[in-house]
Structure formats: structure tokens, C-alpha cells
Design a binder for this molecule. Structure first.
Ligand code: ADP
Ligand code: ZN
Length: 226
């Protein structure tokens, strides 16, 4: 089963994807995480991606699409996968259909997260991630803080802020790009009948973990796990 996450930055895509991945035992394939790992290791892919990421721009499809196709070929992604951060434009979505079709698969469920704009910016500025590459758990200083300040609950590593999360101009740029390039995917997947939209808001109290719980109940009832 292929699940994909849609939604602007700071709506909690990573949180929902992480919970689904943990409970379903399928990998969370985050293109942003793969790029950041490569940046840290200073691979040629990382150096190239960094030119775009530091400005909040999309990394070109010629780089991103083959990277995802390779990841989807790996053994651990055969039973199911949760795509987080891909596709980000129509061309990527169409390419993804082709990649999956060749494997006799399709996008089964698209979880589209929305959130009030004022909450989004605060949430991005308050976002902290675990510096341990094998863990990468995301926290939020106000909504979902770690038990001990600056330390990951799960593995004890230091929490850090992503470079592009501390720069308000880069954040605004990412939100504009989302509206322009990624929002059309809502219509694309809605027409395919696989879209599920969920609003995450501190005001209504419906958070990522509530959405993940509801979806898990439905999926586990629907398909056999393992
Ligand atoms: P956010 O959701 O906060 O933007 P991500 O980790 O998803 O964080 O992405 C960080 C950056 O990585 C993006 O701003 C973009 O530069 C790059 N990126 C991630 N996914 C893609 C993609 N599918 N296509 C192009 N660039 C991407
Ligand atoms: Zn950790």
C-alpha cells in the first residue's frame, strides 16, 4: 500500500507519517530527510540539493525523481511505503504514477493536512529535530515538547533547528512555492478518489496523532499487516 502525505510545511506531515510508519512497519520516505542526510555527508547529491534547499526552493525533478524511484525499489518498501514530501508538483506526481504502475502498484491514500496559516509559521519556527540521523524525531517547543529541554525523548541525542526553519524569508518562500506548485496536487488526487483532507489545529485540538490514530484504525481493519 502506498500512502502519501500532502500539506504545507508545519502542518505535521512528518509527525503523522512517522506514526504511521512506526505502527505499520513501512518506511517513511522523506525526500527532505534524504537530501539533508546527503548534505551532512557532503555527497555530490547533497552539495547540489543544498543550493536549492538553503533558499527554500524545490530541488530539480531530474535529481529528485530518480532518487525516490531508487528508494521505492528497496526491499523494505515492497509491502508498503509512506511518502513524505514527494511529490511536490504535478510532474513529480505523474512520474510517481508511472514508477508505481511498473511495479503493479498505485497511490492508495493521500492524506492532505491543512492548518490555519498563523499557526503554521509559529509551528515551523518552534520545530526542533533530533540530530541523530537514525532517529530524526520531530518535536515542537509548544505543541509537543521533549520531556527534557533540548534532548530527544527517544534516543537522548541533542535536538537542533534546521537551517531553513530559522530563516523567516526561506519559510515564506517555501509556503508560496507550496501554494503555487504543490496545491494543484489536491485536485489531482481528489479526482482519483484517494484524497483525505484533515485539518490540524491547536484551536480545535485535533492534532497529528489524532489523525494518525483514526487512519490506523481504518487501515488495520482493511488490510492484513505483515
Ligand atoms: P518542509 O516540509 O519544511 O519544506 P522538507 O524536509 O519536506 O521540509 O523539505 C526541505 C527542502 O527539501 C524543501 O524546501 C526542498 O528544497 C527540498 N525538497 C524536499 N522534497 C522535495 C521534492 N519532492 N522536490 C523538490 N525538492 C524537495
Ligand atoms: Zn532521537
Amino acid at each position: 500500500m502506498v500512502i502519501l502525505m500532502l500539506g504545507a510545511q508545519g502542518t505535521g506531515k512528518g509527525t503523522v507519517a512517522g506514526l504511521l510508519s512506526e505502527k505499520l512497519g513501512w518506511p517513511q520516505i522523506s525526500t527532505g530527510d534524504i537530501f539533508r542526510k546527503n548534505m551532512k555527508e557532503e555527497t555530490p547529491l547533497g552539495v547540489e540539493a543544498n543550493k536549492y534547499m538553503s533558499k527554500g526552493e524545490l530541488v530539480p525533478d531530474e535529481i529528485t525523481v530518480p532518487m525516490v524511484a531508487n528508494r521505492l525499489n528497496e526491499e523494505d518498501a515492497q509491502a508498503g511505503a509512506i511518502l513524505d514530501g514527494f511529490p511536490r508538483n504535478l510532474a513529480q506526481a505523474e512520474k510517481l504514477d508511472e514508477i508505481l504502475q511498473e511495479k503493479g502498484k498505485k497511490v492508495d491514500l493521500v492524506i492532505n493536512l491543512t492548518s490555519p496559516k498563523n499557526e503554521i509559521i509559529t509551528r515551523i519556527l518552534n520545530r526542533r529535530v533530533c540530530s541523530n540521523q537514525a532517529c530524526k524525531t520531530t518535536y515542537n517547543l509548544t505543541m509537543h515538547p521533549p520531556k527534557k529541554e533540548g534532548i530527544c525523548d527517544k534516543c537522548g541525542a541533542e535536538l537542533v533547528q534546521r537551517g531553513d526553519d530559522s530563516d523567516e524569508a526561506a519559510i515564506q518562500n517555501r509556503l508560496n512555492i507550496y501554494d503555487e506548485k504543490t496545491l494543484p496536487l489536491v485536485e489531482f488526487y481528489s479526482q482519483k478518489g484517494v484524497l483525505r483532507t484533515e485539518e490540524i489545529s491547536e484551536k480545535t485540538g485535533r492534532l497529528g496523532k489524532d489523525v494518525a490514530e483514526d487512519i490506523l484504525k481504518e487501515i488495520k481493519g482493511d488490510i492484513k499487516i505483515g
